[in-house]
Design a protein around this ligand. Sequence first.
Ligand code: ZN
Length: 136
Amino acid sequence: MLNKIEHLGIAVKSIEKSAKMYEALLGKPSYKTEAVESEGVSTLFFQIGDSKIELLEATNPESPIAKFIEKKGEGIHHIAYDVSDIESELERLKSEGFQLIHKTPKDGADNKRIAFLHPKSTGGVLVELCEEKGKS
Ligand code: ZN
């Protein structure tokens, strides 16, 4: 079971430029910036009630974010759902016929273990599962 929308991931060309617009839009500053080397991204987080907005900027041309922006331009990149037990959710979703990009969870930004589902199997929307580290 997916608990809630943990965050929306939004691909941007420049976090520095987009941060100003998002601060103005949301009426509050970001609370965290973090690089995820393995994904070739820098991230910036805003807290919105129980959910978050994650801005994603590519740190190299091979980054999935660079490829996404090249194809589709800036915009919503993924929806991330909070789960309590990521291994059992991956197992369940696999048995439901969803295509896993990551068969086992990996380290993500903001103290999370994460895994992605392929948009081919989720109606064109890239889906991230995330489990808070140290919870279970
Ligand atoms: Zn994310």
